[in-house]
Ligand binder design. Structure first.
Ligand SMILES: Cc1cc2nc3c(=O)[nH]c(=O)nc-3n(C[C@H](O)[C@H](O)[C@H](O)COP(=O)(O)O)c2cc1C
Length: 204
């Protein structure tokens, strides 16, 4: 009884599906503009997430490491920027080294309808040319599965790689960055991408 009360007080409308998982009512309103969500903390992903926050400072984005939040918090935002890396071919599905791998199944309990989602994936095009930024592709599939609208596709012409799970119709589904071998390109790539993202975010 107390738990149900506190869920009502938090402003979220919850219902349970047939398996007893809580689902968010489709009409939960996003009250904030931009949320940046990243993991893992303390490395290149963290650095890039902070840089993006700084570059969007006029929009006053909030920044969260996903290990500190529940998936419900994604629903507060109309535009989400998700920043991830790829830490091994099977990491996302089979291992638990990356916080996103445990966050993804929990994301399946929410619906991102009406939200625009832009993704940034860090990788290493020299060491992992056959799996370049695969993690961004896996995350993107989940986002679409739960109704999020992906924005911020990137042309492949500036990248050298063999294959990636983050490709869709010849483009990357988000922004790939390589802090290991092309750190000098990161800032310009982010600036160019943010121009497109700002336009897409304004279309509400
Ligand atoms: C064990 C390991 C596996 C990796 N596997 C891939 C991979 O499959 N594809 C890729 O593009 N990058 C891969 N990378 C590179 C990382 O994604 C890249 O270094 C990234 O910037 C790490 O971000 P972080 O410092 O925030 O963890 C791997 C790195 C490590 C250490």
């Amino acid at each position: 009884m107390e738990r149900a009360q506190s869920k009502r007080d938090s402003g979220y409308q919850l219902k349970a599906d047939l398996e007893g998982n809580y689902l968010i009512e489709k009409d939960h309103q996003a009250t904030k503009t931009v949320g940046i969500f990243y993991a893992p903390s303390g490395g290149s992903v963290h650095k890039v997430a902070r840089l993006i926050k700084q570059k969007l400072s006029d929009l006053h984005p909030d920044l969260f490491v996903i290990s500190d939040i529940k998936p419900l918090q994604l629903l507060d935002y109309r535009c989400l920027i998700l920043v991830c890396s790829t830490l091994g071919r099977n990491t996302w599905e089979m291992e638990q080294r990356d916080p996103w791998s445990s966050f993804l199944p929990r994301m399946l309990r929410i619906r991102l309808n009406g939200r625009k989602v832009a993704m940034v994936g860090l990788g290493d095009h020299v060491g992992y040319p056959n799996h370049f930024v695969d993690g961004m592709g896996i995350l993107g599939r989940t986002v679409e599965e739960i109704g999020g609208q992906l924005i911020g596709m990137t042309e492949t012409r500036d990248y050298v790689f063999n294959d990636s799970r983050a490709l869709r119709e010849g483009k990357f589904i988000g922004l790939p960055l390589d802090e290991d071998y092309e750190a000098h390109k990161t800032e310009a790539r982010i600036d160019e991408w943010l121009k497109a993202i700002r336009c897409a975010m304004a279309e509400f």
